[in-house]
Design a protein around this ligand. Structure first.
Ligand code: UTP
Length: 297
């Protein structure tokens, strides 16, 4: 691994960026007035899973890049003292716990994206909140992950050792390659590899591998200057993958294989599967769902 900083003094990563400003067109009309990241897996919104994943690795500041007109994410994480008091008066401490999502020492910041000009543009909106030498993590909440170990741990470890961009990747089926940023890993070592290329949505016959970038990143603040200089693509969007490709010409970029199961909840199949996956872990729901599916033949 090429190193960018003193390995003995790894910087702590304390800030997470959650881009939640996408249009979510594949989930219209549900996403007309609600970000898709608020869609629930059973009873917990996707964004809350992602926030809990970040908090579990010591993130202290949550930065939500939101669409200007949507306040629902803010409302979801708001302590809502009146609701809390009502449940307390009823002695419903189980409900108090459910609505009390963030501890008071966690800082939340909401930045409007203005226009949905792509993931790269969304990440760029966080620039003023990230120090010039700081690294930060980005989580796309519509990638719902179930893993034996928090997937951010290995990602952050690699980024802290190298001081460089680190991407979570997994092998994707051939027919899905053209939907992903695909990396070309050099030499895998315990699930981590430096990459020598990244290609946005290649044709499967031209892809350098079948390792697709998924919605977990650790990025250095250097990415912001690159993003500013990244032209919009044919759809008028600034792609994060394009900026990472440019950064790769200047310094190392690393990939860490996801050790776990990911559901792409940005499309119907992944979202329904994620709900089924979680439901089947609940013994009561499992029996009822199995019976229902059996009855359907
Ligand atoms: P997607 O590529 O899934 O786009 O964004 P989308 O607009 O949300 O959904 P579709 O394709 O129209 O159905 C990946 C992530 O980047 C965020 C999204 O909210 C999602 O978490 N994003 C995307 C932004 O925050 N802003 C953007 O301009 C685009």
């Amino acid at each position: 691994m090429s190193s960018h900083q003193d390995n003995n003094h790894p910087a702590k990563i304390t800030k997470a960026v959650f881009p939640v400003g996408g249009l979510g067109t594949r989930f219209l009309p549900a996403t007309k007035s609600m970000p898709k990241e608020l869609m629930p897996i059973i009873d917990k919104p996707l964004i809350q899973y992602a926030v809990e994943e970040a908090l579990a690795v010591g993130i202290e500041t949550l930065i939500f890049v939101t669409s200007a007109s949507k306040h629902a994410i803010f409302d979801h994480f708001d302590p809502m003292p009146s609701l809390k008091m009502r449940f307390e008066q009823q002695g419903r401490m189980d409900l108090v716990e459910k609505v009390n999502i963030l501890s008071p020492d966690i800082k939340t910041v909401y930045i409007p994206q203005g226009e949905p000009l792509g993931l790269g543009h969304a990440v760029l909106q966080a620039q003023s909140l990230i120090g010039v030498n700081e690294m930060f993590t980005v989580l796309l909440a519509d990638d719902f992950i179930e893993a034996p170990q928090n997937p951010l741990l290995a990602l952050i470890e690699c980024a802290r050792v190298t001081g460089q961009t680190t991407l979570s990747v997994e092998q994707v089926p051939a027919e899905r390659i053209s939907s992903y940023g695909i990396v070309s890993p050099k030499q895998w070592h315990q699930g981590t590899a430096e990459i020598d290329a990244i290609v946005e949505k290649p044709h499967k016959d031209e892809a350098p591998s079948d390792f697709g970038v998924i919605g977990r990143y650790v990025l250095p603040a250097r990415i912001f200057e690159v993003l500013k200089a990244t032209p919009a693509d044919g759809k008028g969007e600034i792609q994060l993958t394009d900026a990472i490709k440019t950064l790769l010409q200047q310094e190392g970029v690393h990939a860490v294989q996801l050790d776990g199961q990911r559901f792409d909840c940005g499309h119907h199949e992944g979202f329904v599967m994620a709900n089924l996956h979680v439901a089947m872990k609940d013994p009561q729901l499992r029996t009822k769902i199995s019976n229902y599916l059996n009855d359907q033949g």
